[in-house]
Ligand binder design. Structure first.
Ligand code: GTB
Length: 222
C-alpha cells in the first residue's frame, strides 16, 4: 500500500531536520517502509485541500491506504502499531513506549516551543530577559526529570522505541542550546547515529537543497 506524507516545499529549518515531517520520515525508515512526499508551499498549507487533511493547515500528514492522519505523535503511533520495529510486542512495554510518545509531545515539547516563540515574538519587551530565564528554568527542571529517568540506560525503556524517537525529535530543537546538557545530549547523539535517522535526515535535507537550487521535487522517495 503506497504511503504519502506532506512536508514543506522550502523548510525554514534549512535542512536541519527540525520540521515535524522528520519524526514521520524517521519512523517510516525504522520500520522499513517506502514513502513518497507531497511538498507543500505555505500558501497551499492554508488551502481547503490541505486543511481537509490537516485541520490547522500544517505539516506533517500521512496517507496510508484509507488511513489519513495528522499530528506527528499520532502518525508515529500509527506507524509503530502497523509495522514491527518501534513498539514492543508485550503489552506492558508497549504501553510504556506509548506513554513516552505522549510525554514528548505534551510534557516536554510545549515548554520548548513556548521559549522558542517568546524568542521570536517578545524579544523587544522590557521584561523579555526575566521571562526567558523563567522559561529556561522550567525546561531545565523538566529535562532533569527525563535525565533522572534515563539514568545510565541507552533508551527510556529497555529498547529503542517510538517513545525515544519522539522524545529525541523534541529534544533536537535544543541542539545548539546549553539547556541540552549531558546525559541528554549523548542520548540525542546516540539516536542520531541510527541508520534510519541518517536516511530520514538526508531525505529531508535533499528537499531543502533542491529548493535552494531552484528545482522543485514533486516527490522524494525514501
Ligand atoms: N502538533 C503538530 C504536530 O506535531 O504534527 C504541530 C505541527 C506543526 O507545528 N507544523 C509546523 C507547520 O506546519 C511545521 S513543524 N507550520 C506552518 C504553519 O503553522 O503555518 C514546526 C517547525 C517549523 C520550523 C522549524 N524550524 O525552522 O526549525 C522547526 C519546527
Amino acid at each position: 500500500m503506497a504511503i504519502e506524507i506532506t512536508a514543506f516545499e522550502s523548510s525554514p529549518d534549512r535542512g536541519q531536520g527540525l520540521a515535524r515531517d522528520m519524526p514521520v520520515r524517521w519512523a517510516l525508515e525504522e520500520v522499513g517502509q517506502d514513502y513518497s512526499v507531497r511538498l507543500q508551499s505555505f500558501a497551499a498549507l492554508k488551502g481547503a485541500d490541505h486543511r481537509a487533511r490537516q485541520p490547522f493547515g500544517q505539516i506533517p500528514t500521512l496517507q496510508d491506504g484509507d488511513v489519513a492522519l495528522f499530528e506527528s505523535g499520532a502518525i508515529v503511533l500509527h506507524i509503530g502499531s502497523t509495522w514491527p520495529g518501534l513498539l514492543p510486542a508485550g503489552l506492558p512495554a508497549r504501553a510504556r513506549a506509548i506513554a513516552w510518545i505522549f510525554a514528548a509531545v505534551s510534557s516536554v515539547e510545549p515548554l520548548i516551543v513556548e521559549r522558542e516563540t517568546a524568542g521570536y515574538l517578545e524579544r523587544d519587551q522590557a521584561w523579555f530577559d526575566a521571562r526567558n530565564a523563567l522559561l529556561g528554568d522550567r525546561i531545565r527542571r523538566r529535562l532533569s526529570d527525563v535525565s533522572v529517568h534515563l539514568g545510565a540506560r541507552d533508551w527510556l525503556e529497555d529498547e529503542f522505541t517510538a517513545g525515544d524517537l519522539m522524545m529525541v525529535s523534541v529534544l533536537r530543537r535544543l541542539k545548539n542550546d546549553s539547556l541540552l546538557s549531558e546525559p541528554l545530549a549523548r542520548y540525542v547523539a546516540r539516536a542520531e547515529a541510527r541508520p534510519a535517522f541518517g536516511r530520514a535526515f538526508h531525505a529531508q535535507k535533499a528537499v531543502f537543497l533542491s529548493s535552494q537550487s531552484g528545482r522543485t521535487l514533486a516527490a522524494t522517495p525514501s
